[in-house]
Design a protein around this ligand. Structure first.
Ligand code: SF4
Length: 339
């Protein structure tokens, strides 16, 4: 058999041995339950590890099986996800839980094709479940792994091009520990998170430095497109009465469908109203500035808007910036003191 020129004999074993000594223990690394793995993968998609750690245990106690989430209401699921953002993830997770219950009698699929047929489960997530739950050889390439591979092979091919992705895939396959993909994949990610970090890596303590060809690791990986952040402004209404707070329920086609938010209006409709405050926050590739104005009189009614009693606000799903702002304003201005 011809030897793969990109294979690095001993690399995987060395990395796994290091991980077994130094790897951090996370609850999703202590389980082989495919549902628990799927939840962690979905949660970690756009959430940092410390934030996910603070929420994962609570989520798993509330929804320990696909059936538990499948039987919950959509608003209960959204409320439980609050603060984690990117709510399409929890909608997809609930749809996947329902598919497991309905199509597979509650038994989690074990084949890639069947896993990928679940809502919200793409190539990466399916590979993660296969590898971490079933110890099936499957390559996982996230930002950490891409950085490590670009440095190990000292390759300046942009990792966000077709050629760059193809090269990463080929090398990930060449390095994969086929006998222990579960530990190997965790180890490669751990290396990127703790040692081979963005900027200047800690090469001195790197367990695979003897294999690494990087000359200037801080300059790798190269990307063709850098992410641009766009500014976005919105004008919102604060209408607090004795009966409660005016909120808008997001329609099914909206990004935050099924969640509530402060009602929005065109700039010219609110500019003349008393200004309360501005709030800035980031969402995906936007830096949003919200200008909040007080509506002293009732607004022309809209089907999607309703006055919600303040006592019910905590049980309803709200996007985090809305929750934060509403809590802060209610603390300063309880409903009995409305103007
Ligand atoms: S030697 Fe340095 S650049 Fe190479 S893999 Fe290790 S930490 Fe990364």
């Amino acid at each position: 058999m011809t030897r793969n020129p990109e294979a690095l004999p001993g690399f995987a074993e060395k990395l796994v041995a290091w991980f077994q000594r130094h790897g951090r223990r996370y609850p999703w690394r202590e389980t082989t339950d495919p549902w628990a793995i799927l939840v962690s993968e979905v949660m970690l998609q756009q959430t940092t590890i410390p934030t996910a750690l603070g929420r994962y245990g609570e989520w798993m106690r509330r929804f320990p099986t696909p059936a538990a989430l499948a039987n919950a209401g959509e608003q209960e699921a959204l409320r439980s996800w609050e603060g984690l953002g990117y709510y399409r993830r929890v909608r997809a997770l609930q749809a996947a839980a329902r598919a497991v219950a309905e199509r597979h009698g509650g038994n989690f699929p074990r084949e890639e094709e069947t896993l990928r047929a679940l809502p919200g489960v793409g190539e990466y997530t399916a590979a993660a479940v296969l590898s971490f739950a079933y110890n099936t050889p499957a390559t996982l390439i996230d930002a950490n792994v891409a950085r490590v591979l670009a440095r190990i092979y000292n390759d300046a091919t942009p990792i966000d091009t077709t050629e760059g992705k193809r090269t990463l895939r080929r090398r990930a396959e060449a390095l994969l520990h086929r006998d222990n993909p579960r530990a190997y994949n965790s180890a490669l990610m751990e290396l990127g998170q703790t040692c081979c970090t963005p900027g200047t890596p800690n090469c001195r303590d790197c367990p695979v430095r003897d294999y690494c060809r990087a000359k200037e690791p801080a300059a790798l990986p190269v990307k063709k497109r850098e992410r641009t952040i766009s500014a976005l402004e919105r004008w919102d209404i604060w209408r607090l009465t004795e009966e409660g707070l005016l909120l808008e329920l997001q329609p099914p086609e909206a990004r935050h469908a099924g969640m509530y938010r402060l009602p929005q209006r065109p700039r010219e409709a609110v500019e003349a109203l008393p200004h309360i405050c501005d709030q800035t926050y980031s969402i995906t590739r936007y830096r949003v500035t919200r200008h909040l104005h007080r509506a002293l009189k009732p607004l022309p009614p809209r089907e999607t808007e309703q006055i919600i009693p303040v006592s019910r606000l905590e049980e309803l799903p709200l996007a985090s910036p809305d929750r934060k702002l509403i809590r802060s304003l209610l603390a300063q201005e309880p409903p009995g003191q409305t103007r």
